[in-house]
Design a protein around this ligand. Structure first.
Ligand SMILES: Cc1cc2nc3c(=O)[nH]c(=O)nc-3n(C[C@H](O)[C@H](O)[C@H](O)COP(=O)(O)OP(=O)(O)OC[C@H]3O[C@@H](n4cnc5c(N)ncnc54)[C@H](O)[C@@H]3O)c2cc1C
Ligand SMILES: NC(=O)c1ccc[n+]([C@@H]2O[C@H](COP(=O)([O-])OP(=O)(O)OC[C@H]3O[C@@H](n4cnc5c(N)ncnc54)[C@H](O)[C@@H]3O)[C@@H](O)[C@H]2O)c1
Length: 501
């Protein structure tokens, strides 16, 4: 077959958008994807199913709080079969749209796994070989199974399984305190499961400030989750007894679940007669054991490079297994690029898309490209309250010795959030101390994932707190809470700086 200009391995968020941009630039493009179902993680088993279910659980939560609002809603409860059906319908529509786009003819699609035969050639499952001038590796990530005694041999759910539930589990033992663990623990609790969550670090969501993640932890506990942080997990095991929630039996999967099966990991069998799981961990100087009907491994993800034979292409990995890339997504073999979860450094969809598009433009010879601006890092945790950050925050600035001013304001003193009974959390603004140029913002509270977008354009345009205060802010809105810290910083800097901007 005639060589391609640009060949993409993996048709998820990074790969699909890279192919779309390269084809738009007139390149002859191929995509190779080995999944049974096309769509990628975000659509099939990541952002979209999780946010569909989380939204439904949020509606349920509000209905259950009806009395607070003077309403009579006698019995609001989850109907998991109906929720599952709605999620499936919505996801099928998104996946269908993506599959049609992949098969649209703009690029040649091969339904196969790919492995490098040499730096310009990949081999497909049927032995066919494809060559290309430039190649993008965008194979994503899979659930990781850390070496916790007993974990690899204990039947466990992954996020794939939790997102596919059509019944309410009686009880779930959640291992981990990252985004997946927190978002889905709260979902499980809100549909009616008993949830025990066990986290290693001293506070959950350890990439975030203790102040912000502490608000989320409080809300998880207020929802009724038994949350242990600062633990050392000693072992997990399948046990007899447990609870009966009507589920047929413990799923026979390994701790990597469906992702593991895709990667051809061996299946394991549940111990005969096992009806539950137990985790034993150290916490506050004590050894504690907690049991539940199901175990949920939410201990992180790892880049999916198995079977790609990257060595044959001269592509090197960083410590931890991610593909090493430069600021234009080029790997150690400069004609081979990587984008998305397989290279990181963050598993976030808009970054996967941006990396894929940047790689496609660079590979197509587009001049004067700008690398992705790390000072605009945007992150949202879709718990309730949500936690969202953008830019550079206090912890990093302190570590680097960079001077800054910061000011915050709590939602429990703001009109709109009080009338909504949304009293958790705060907004915080961080700015450069001389002229008040914005450096970052942190919001934990109602609609934080939406509110944080008040800052993305001003940050990208290097605006100051004075610029933001010149804009109108409607009353009463959640967004106007942002004016209080902006005003505080502006006051501290003084009129001189305002006049200079
Ligand atoms: C539960 C969950 C919720 C999430 N929620 C959010 C969220 O709300 N917001 C957010 O920004 N991010 C979220 N993420 C992260 C986000 O989903 C990922 O960062 C993003 O989807 C990664 O895209 P990708 O293109 O790198 O990989 P993928 O979408 O996984 O695409 C990789 C593709 O490569 C294919 N492939 C793999 N190996 C081969 C091979 N050898 N040959 C051929 N094809 C291959 C696979 O079949 C797959 O289609 C979530 C993740 C999870 C797990
Ligand atoms: N809203 C979003 O944008 C969103 C939602 C879900 C997932 N994601 C992305 O998906 C990726 C995966 O998320 P995740 O939550 O699975 O991973 P994570 O890396 O964020 O969290 C893993 C958790 O497991 C714990 N852990 C790991 N090894 C352990 C061990 N040996 N013993 C005890 N604890 C251990 C860590 O302390 C951490 O709490 C993240 O990078 C995230 O960015 C994003």
């Amino acid at each position: 077959m005639k060589p391609f200009d640009f060949l993409v391995i993996g048709g998820g968020s990074a790969g699909f958008n890279a192919a779309r941009v390269a084809a738009g630039l007139g390149q002859r493009v191929a995509i190779v994807d080995g999944a049974r179902e096309l769509g990628g993680l975000c659509i099939l088993r990541g952002c979209m199913p999780s946010k569909t279910l989380i939204h439904m659980a949020e509606v349920l939560h509000l209905a259950q709080k009806a009395k607070t609002f003077g309403l009579k809603i006698p019995r609001a409860a989850a109907d998991m079969r109906a929720m599952h059906a709605r999620k499936k319908k919505i996801i099928a529509e998104f996946a269908d749209h993506r599959a049609k786009a992949l098969a649209s003819g703009g690029y040649k699609l091969f339904r196969s796994h790919a492995r490098f035969a040499d730096p310009h050639t990949v081999e497909l499952d049927d032995g066919k070989k494809l060559t290309a001038q430039k190649i993008l590796v965008a194979t994503g990530s899979r659930v990781s199974v850390p070496p916790i005694p007993g974990l690899a041999g204990t039947p466990a759910w992954t996020s794939d399984d939790v997102l596919d539930l059509d019944f309410i589990p009686e009880s779930v033992l959640v291992l981990g305190g990252g985004i997946v663990a927190c978002e889905l623990s709260q979902f499980l609790r809100r549909i009616g499961s008993r949830v025990v969550q066990v986290q290693r670090s001293a506070h959950i969501l350890s990439d975030h400030s203790p102040e912000a993640s502490g608000v989320v932890a409080q809300s998880l506990r207020d929802d009724g989750i038994e949350l242990f942080a600062g633990t050392k997990i000693l072992r997990v095991a399948a046990v007899g007894g447990g609870n009966n929630d009507g589920s047929a039996d413990i799923p026979v999967r390994d701790a990597r679940g469906i992702a593991g099966r895709n990667a051809r990991a061996p299946l394991i069998k549940a111990a005969a007669g096992a009806r539950g799981v137990a985790a034993t961990f150290e916490h506050g100087g004590k050894t504690i054991t907690r049991r539940a009907r199901h175990l949920f491994n939410a201990l992180g993800r790892e880049p999916l490079t198995d079977g790609l034979n990257l060595a044959a292409a001269g592509v090197k990995l960083r410590a931890g297994g991610r593909i090493a890339v430069n600021r234009f997504q080029q790997t150690s073999a400069p004609h081979i690029y990587a984008g998305g979860d397989v290279c990181g450094p963050h598993d976030i969809v808009h970054l996967a898309v941006a990396q894929g598009e940047l790689a496609a433009r660079h590979a197509s010879g587009v001049p004067n490209l700008k690398p992705i601006d790390n000072a605009l890092l945007l992150n949202v945790v879709f718990t309730s309250p949500a936690l969202a950050t953008i830019g550079v925050l206090e912890g990093e600035l302190r570590e680097k010795g960079v001077p800054f001013l910061s000011a915050g304001y709590p939602f429990n003193d703001h009109g709109k959030s009080i009338l909504m009974d949304e009293n958790y959390g705060f907004v915080k603004v961080i700015a450069e101390p001389k002229r008040g140029r914005l450096l970052g913002a942190e919001i934990v509270g109602p609609q934080a994932g939406e509110l944080i977008h008040c800052f993305n354009t001003p940050l990208a345009m290097r605006a100051t707190v004075f610029d933001m205060l010149r804009a109108p802010w409607y009353h009463p809105t959640l967004a106007e809470i942002i004016t209080y810290p902006l005003e505080e910083i502006a006051d501290r800097i003084g009129a001189g700086a305002r006049d200079r901007t």
